[in-house]
Design a protein around this ligand. Structure first.
Ligand code: SAH
Length: 356
């Protein structure tokens, strides 16, 4: 458990902005350039202050007394023999586990990161929400997923999608801090245009995000074009409703000028008729939006099934007829069950069997 008790009294150094680190080191009586030196080590996968070779030993010891460095451990690693997708289950400092997936695309390697341990949004089709939310991830713990995925996979990461376990807008401040840190030119320096953030549709969060005016891509998990269907599969819809959500999406588009991508998991007999497609096209019209259809990944605990290939085809045709820009998500890592939440879920089940 990586000295979790001891760490409670210390500061999580990787979650600090460079200027905050500078202030802390200045308060320790250190010259200005030291903060820059220490900061640059944070992005080199070091797991102890001891390894910061150009820092004097006395300062390394003082750093170790005041700060701690997070470093996840690989609990499981699975690699797809079919497309090279690599999936990691990480153990965090307190023994909790989250997942990340590295996907290889022509436009570069993309890592899908988690933002919370579990999730409290309750979507009927999602494995991540089954045991509820345990806690939020700190900025450092989200950053570590990017850094250590790169280190452990040997693949240079150029894109990030926040589509792993958790609802990023339910951990707003830590997620914004993560985004600013990962984007920092002296840090991992990943451009905002190379980052997507996916939300189940927390409207206050969408408005707050719009106010930050980041150039990232916002993906909204819509999954149904009307309240009746959406409330059945996404409890969050009972609080906000499709109209409120779409108003927030339009405000987001007006403020940032960034087109929204709507995710739509195709669920057999639930949301996949041509009538649904028609309503969807009407709903999102006029905002240059894009629809990404996701063939449903079956989750053991859920009775929901993916749509048939015929209904998928008819759905696409109905959208295209109305001029909607639509793509179907390619299923990566089909041999390793690459969609997020399932490895952690398996571990939780194994743990509960052990304690019974
Ligand atoms: N909480 C965020 C991000 C996490 S999930 C959100 O809701 O957007 C990333 C995407 O995967 C979401 O669109 C989510 O609805 C979808 N998803 C979750 N479980 C799925 C499943 N079993 N099959 C297909 N898509 C799923």
């Amino acid at each position: 458990m990586q000295n979790e008790k001891e760490n409670e009294l210390k500061t999580d150094i990787k979650s600090l902005f460079p200027e905050e680190l500078k202030e802390r080191l200045a308060a320790m009586g250190e010259p200005g350039f030291r903060a820059g030196q220490v900061y640059s080590w944070l992005w080199k996968d070091v797991t102890s202050f001891e390894e910061m070779k150009n820092i004097p030993k006395t300062l390394r010891e003082r750093l170790d007394a005041e700060f701690y460095l997070t470093a996840p451990k690989v609990l499981r690693r699975q690699e797809s023999a079919l497309d090279g997708t690599v999936k990691f289950l990480w153990e965090l400092g307190d023994g909790n586990a989250v997942e990340s997936v590295v996907m290889r695309y022509n436009h570069g390697n993309t890592v899908c990161v988690s933002s919370q341990v579990g999730c409290r949004m309750g979507c009927a089709f999602c494995a991540s929400t089954i045991g509820g939310r345990v806690r939020n991830l700190r900025p450092s713990e989200i950053l570590d997923q990017v850094m250590f995925s790169e280190l452990e996979s040997g693949l240079k990461i150029s894109n990030i999608v926040m589509m792993g376990i958790g609802e990023p807008l339910d951990n707003f401040d830590n997620v914004i801090r993560f985004l600013r840190l990962v984007n920092d030119q002296n840090g991992l320096n990943i451009g905002m245009r190379h980052i997507s953030l996916s939300t189940c549709g927390l409207t206050e969060g969408i408005d707050k995000l719009a106010a930050h005016n980041l150039q990232l891509t916002l993906s909204v998990s819509l999954h149904a074009p009307d309240d009746e269907t959406r409330s059945k599969i996404m409890p969050v819809n009972r609080a906000y409703g499709v109209d409120k959500l779409m108003d927030a999406c339009r405000r987001y588009y007006d403020t940032t000028g960034r087109r929204i991508s709507f995710e739509y998991a195709m669920i057999r007999g639930v949301n996949d008729t041509p009538e649904h497609a028609e309503r969807l096209a009407k709903l999102i019209g006029g905002m240059g939006a894009h629809v990404n259809l996701i063939p449903l990944n079956e989750v053991e605990e859920s009775p929901l099934k993916p749509s048939t290939p015929e209904s998928l085809k008819a759905f696409i045709a109905a959208l295209e007829k109305r001029g909607v820009n639509v793509t179907v998500r390619r299923k990566l890592g089909p041999d390793i069950n690459a969609s997020c939440g399932q490895l952690r879920r398996k571990r939780e089940k194994e743990k509960s069997l052990q304690t019974e």
